[in-house]
Design a binder for this molecule. Sequence first.
Ligand code: ZN
Length: 499
Amino acid sequence: MSPRLEAALALSLMQDAAPQREELPLHWHHLLNWREGTPVARAARNPISGLSTGFRAGGVYRTMAKQQAFTSTHKVLLGISVFLVLVASFWSTQSSSAKIPALPVDTLDTAPPAASTTTLPDTVAESRSDTLTQRHEVQPGDTLSSIFSRYGAPASDLNRIMETDVEYLALETLQPGTQLRLTFDDQDRFTELALVLDSARTVFYTRTDDDQFEYRRMEADTHWVSEVLRGSIEGSFYVSAVKAGLTAHQIASVNQLLEHRLNFRRDLRAGDQFAVIISHEMTTHQSTGKTRVEAVSLKRGNRTHTAFRFEDGNYYDQHGKSVLPAFRRWPTQTPYRVSSHFNPRRKHPVTGRISPHNGVDLATPIGTPIFSTGDGIVQRVGNHPFAGKYVDIDHGNAYKTRYLHLHRILVKRGQSIQRGDRIALSGNTGRSTGPHLHFELHVNSRPVNPLKADIPTAADIPSEYAKAFKEDASYKLAVMERAGSRSNLMLAGARVSFE
Ligand SMILES: [Zn+2]
């Protein structure tokens, strides 16, 4: 492999690498922007770290101990972000706040704001007079049980946390490198598990007065920084796209966006040109590791195929026509009786506690074929003590679906599927009051009522946004054609130094 290609691959790998999990100090106004609740409550609780003083003074607070070493990885990431900023400087940065109303989701059915108490993210392992927080980085071979027993947290508490997590499955994302924090009170009683999802997102499972565990999710403000990747076809699209710096996941997204317009295996010829705008999600200091495709253009002969992400989270071609086919409403051949409705304030049938029901339960007999409601990529398959066998599907456009309590799963992780493909047989696995399918629809990472929410209908862009969309699309087309590109520079052998 040529050194150039190696460098390109190394960079694309790095870009895909797990995000840096350490939380750097945040400026106070970012703390205020955490979506849930107010941070004031616990700001005073941190006499040792000095958080509250910094917070009250309105300045940048600093952790007192163990400031993260500025490693070479940080340097490279910083270098990449500087470069991305340069690329983006002749193009206005995508803002995370939509200029048009968010997706027209049934507002009554969106997830409720979680508990009112709020915890500041602890930025260092702390031993205070009242609590002790243990940090743990998940190692290969670790299980939650082994981690809990290592720190002396009761298995019964883990079981309660898993019960709470059944509506979120956040702990199913654990992998080597994931950061956990276990907090104990002054009686050495385990009180809270924190799971750092990425540099912008942490979830907490906190002991309640009745010794259950409550779920909260915190999100820092993020913004998106864009870059252009460009290449031409030499060999397969996949190989050519890797050479241009795209990750496997981004390539799958591009495939999904254009596969209804052309056959990637048959229709491409050597020399056909493509360009993709990729956005990287950033907190103030760091990449969260999330990327998304903003625009793609693929020229073959005298035809150009395009897809542009609009502010509603959906993709359209340059004429404003949806590039993805409509969703199905039901994941079954025919509608089934709803045995439990989507309900953010449900009283749980087994535990009796108030906890959200983030999906609908359909009274499907065991063995009922379950179909994907849209085109997508299988994001996860798993077996959870309470959720049973489950499948998550990423539909690309801001949409995800989830199917629980399955009898048999018929797809594999990473598999590309089409709307209407049979993905599983429904069952009664996990903790379940009887055979049924629990079906969830998430829009922009929030669960919504799958039987009522607006779903993609393969419609054109709404006419009131047509003008804005077309301006945006022609701008992105120009950027894809003319803007400097990391992959161009590397493929041209330019010395791209990030030091
Ligand atoms: Zn359910």
